[in-house]
Design a protein around this ligand. Structure first.
Ligand SMILES: C[S@@+](CC[C@H](N)C(=O)[O-])C[C@H]1O[C@@H](n2cnc3c(N)ncnc32)[C@H](O)[C@@H]1O
Length: 218
C-alpha cells in the first residue's frame, strides 16, 4: 500500500465533487478495512509538539487543552500526559472511534466536530489549543475561515501552538497546501498576539521546512 497514493486518490475525487473534507472520513474508513493507509498515523507524538513541551516545560495541571483534527489520538494522548484536561476532535467519525479504541483507558474526551462550525460552548474555553497540520489540509479557499475558527477557541491568557509545513509562496497543488509566513502571521487576530514564529527542518525530510508558531490570547 502507498499512503500518499491513497490520500491523493481520495482527496482528488472529494475535491472534484466540491466536498473538501469528505475524503478524510473515506480515508479513515478504508484504513479501518485495511484497504488504505493514513499517512499521518505515526507511532509517536508530533516531534515539534513534544520538543515545544520539553523546552517550555509546560504543565497542564488545572488547565484545559483542545487538540484540533486529532485523527487517531496520538498528539491528544501526549497533551493529556502533560496534565491538561484534554478534548480532541476530528471531523471523521471513524477517526474518533479509532482513537477511542486505540486508547481504551484514555482520559481524553474524543469528539466528532467540524473546525469550520465548532460547538457553541467552545469559543474562549481552552488554555492550550494545538493546531497541527489541519489548516494546511484544507483548500486555500477555506484557509482564513479555518484560521479564524482556531483562534476563537483559545481562552484569555491561553496559548495557541500552530505546526505546519512551510511554503515560500501560495501554491494550488494539494493537499497539503503548506502555509506561507503571511498565513501563519494571520493567526494573530481577534485578541491573539504572536509570541514566536520559528522554522525547523522537517524530521522526515530535512530539505523542507516546518513552522512552529506560538500565539497568546489577551
Ligand atoms: C493532515 S491530518 C493531520 C492530523 C494530525 N493533526 C497530525 O498532525 O498528524 C488532518 C486531520 O484533520 C481532520 N479534519 C479535516 N478537516 C477538519 C475539520 N473541518 N474539522 C475537524 N477536523 C478536520 C482530518 O480528518 C484529519 O484527521
Amino acid at each position: 500500500m502507498d499512503a500518499e497514493r491513497d490520500t491523493d486518490r481520495l482527496a482528488r475525487a472529494s475535491l472534484a465533487a466540491g466536498d473538501p473534507t469528505g475524503w478524510f472520513e473515506r480515508l479513515y474508513a478504508e484504513a479501518e478495512r485495511g484497504t488504505a493507509e493514513v499517512p499521518w498515523d505515526r507511532p509517536a507524538a508530533t516531534p515539534l509538539l513534544s520538543a515545544w513541551a520539553a523546552e517550555t516545560r509546560v504543565s497542564g495541571a488545572g488547565r484545559r487543552a483542545l487538540v484540533v483534527g486529532c485523527g487517531l489520538g496520538r498528539d491528544a494522548e501526549f497533551v493529556a500526559g502533560l496534565g491538561f484536561a484534554t478534548t480532541a476532535f476530528d471531523i471523521s467519525e471513524t477517526a474518533v472511534r479509532g482513537a477511542r479504541a486505540r486508547h481504551p483507558h484514555s482520559l481524553v474526551r474524543y469528539v466528532v466536530a467540524d473546525l469550520l462550525d465548532p460547538p457553541a460552548s467552545w469559543p474562549a474555553r481552552f488554555d492550550l489549543v494545538v493546531e497541527s497540520n489541519n489548516v494546511q489540509a484544507l483548500p486555500r479557499a477555506l484557509r482564513q475561515r479555518a484560521i479564524a475558527s482556531v483562534g476563537t477557541l483559545v481562552a484569555p491568557g491561553g496559548t495557541l501552538l500552530v505546526l505546519a509545513a512551510k511554503a515560500d509562496r501560495p501554491g494550488d497543488d494539494g493537499p497539503p497546501w503548506p502555509l506561507t509566513r503571511a498565513e501563519v502571521e494571520s493567526f494573530a487576530r481577534d485578541g491573539l498576539d504572536t509570541a514566536s514564529i520559528d522554522e525547523f527542518p522537517a524530521p522526515d525530510d530535512p530539505l523542507s521546512m516546518r513552522w512552529r508558531a506560538v500565539f497568546t490570547a489577551r
